[in-house]
Design a protein around this ligand. Structure first.
Ligand SMILES: CC(C)(COP(=O)([O-])OP(=O)([O-])OC[C@H]1O[C@@H](n2cnc3c(N)ncnc32)[C@H](O)[C@@H]1OP(=O)([O-])[O-])[C@@H](O)C(=O)NCCC(=O)NCCSC(=O)C[C@@](C)(O)CC(=O)[O-]
Length: 301
């Protein structure tokens, strides 16, 4: 029996990042057929948007070097979107060849992370993204944009709200339909989340992307929903991290998010039981238990 709260949406879109953000940090290469099966299971659990992989330089993220093979193998379910990460025109060409239906560019809010993750300065990352977004839109693709290190950065400390808003508004101005605010190292807290979302002109175009390093991801999500956000990124099994930010741990687990939203009576369209069995299946393959509290509680049998 759900207990609703004032000021929350009736429906939330969960943007599933497990196959991309979740797996990108795994040191042992996960076979491409396992990645495909993971995505098929997520679609079967009711996901309508599943970020499948990245068309980045394979030396930078070896785990996702099989992006082309994976897309070619996917059984795409009607009504499900399968965005892929693309940093530059080379990545876009590869994604277009394989009929990607949506892409995501990923920017940094800080100078140091722009250098470490993209080999670019804060300013020159836009020179890389502008032609990508323009050509993707010309080809009829939707483009999401991420901003990383929105709350703090391991090298520069807390990130000023104004700095995040400047980067984010510029990306939206290029024509990106959605902006995902990334707490890459999980240092944000709910008041900071509210202040950041309130500083944007269009909260309805924002999504949030929390890593659970300090156990704040669910409370931060609740703050974001109260501030008008209706799209939340999460990773089935709570796997994830960024190879270029060592202090990043797993993403908010999709199961933990679904449990909270169900308790609040908020519609997600997801089957929690199928998500939990997918996590248990994946955890066995990865050789370690899922950090998701809901998976731990429900899979004890
Ligand atoms: C952006 C680059 C490519 C710049 O890397 P670069 O070395 O500056 O690249 P370049 O433009 O100088 O090109 C060098 C060579 O790489 C090739 N190349 C160039 N691009 C590609 C490509 N796309 N695919 C395949 N090959 C490529 C290119 O063709 C060229 O080959 P050559 O002519 O020397 O033979 C590199 O820094 C990179 O791949 N970075 C990606 C890092 C990454 O994927 N990080 C994780 C994702 S971000 C994240 O996880 C955070 C997020 C989104 O989840 C939100 C959050 O939590 O905050």
């Amino acid at each position: 029996m759900p207990y609703a709260m004032e000021g929350l949406p009736q429906q939330v879109t969960i943007y599933e990042v497990g196959p991309r953000d979740g797996l990108q940090n795994e040191s042992a290469v996960v076979p491409v057929e396992v990645k495909a099966e993971f995505i098929h299971r997520l679609a079967d659990a009711g996901h309508k948007v599943i970020e499948a992989t990245s068309f980045v330089h394979p030396d930078w993220v070896p785990q996702l070097a099989d992006a082309g093979e994976l897309l070619a193998r996917l059984r795409r379910k009607p009504g499900v979107r399968y965005p892929v990460l693309v940093p530059n025109l080379r990545g876009l060409d590869r994604a277009l060849e394989l009929q990607a239906d949506e892409i995501a560019v990923f920017a940094s809010a800080t100078e140091t992370f722009a250098a470490k993750n993209l080999n670019r300065s804060l300013e020159s990352q836009f020179e890389m993204f502008e032609p990508v977004v323009a050509r993707a839109l010309d080809n009829g693709l939707k483009v999401r944009a991420y901003v990383s290190m929105c709350f703090g950065d391991p090298w520069e400390g807390p990130t000023p709200v104004r700095q995040v808003v400047e980067v984010g508004e510029r990306l939206l101005g290029l024509g990106c339909h959605e902006l995902s605010l990334g707490d890459t190292i999980g240092v944000g807290t709910p008041g900071h989340v509210t202040a950041l979302i309130d500083a944007f002109r269009t909260p309805e175009r924002l999504a949030v992307h929390f890593h659970d390093t300090y156990g704040q991801a669910l409370s931060n999500t609740l703050a974001a929903l109260r501030a008008g956000v209706t799209t939340v990124d999460a990773s089935t099994g709570g796997i994830g991290g960024c190879p270029y930010a060592e202090s990043a741990t797993g993403n908010l687990a999709t199961e933990d998010l679904v449990w909270m939203l169900q308790g609040l009576g908020i519609e997600t369209g997801l089957d929690l039981g199928k998500l939990v069995s997918t996590s248990v299946w994946l955890a066995e393959l990865l050789g370690r238990p899922s950090p998701s509290r809901v998976v731990q509680a429900l899979s004890k049998g």
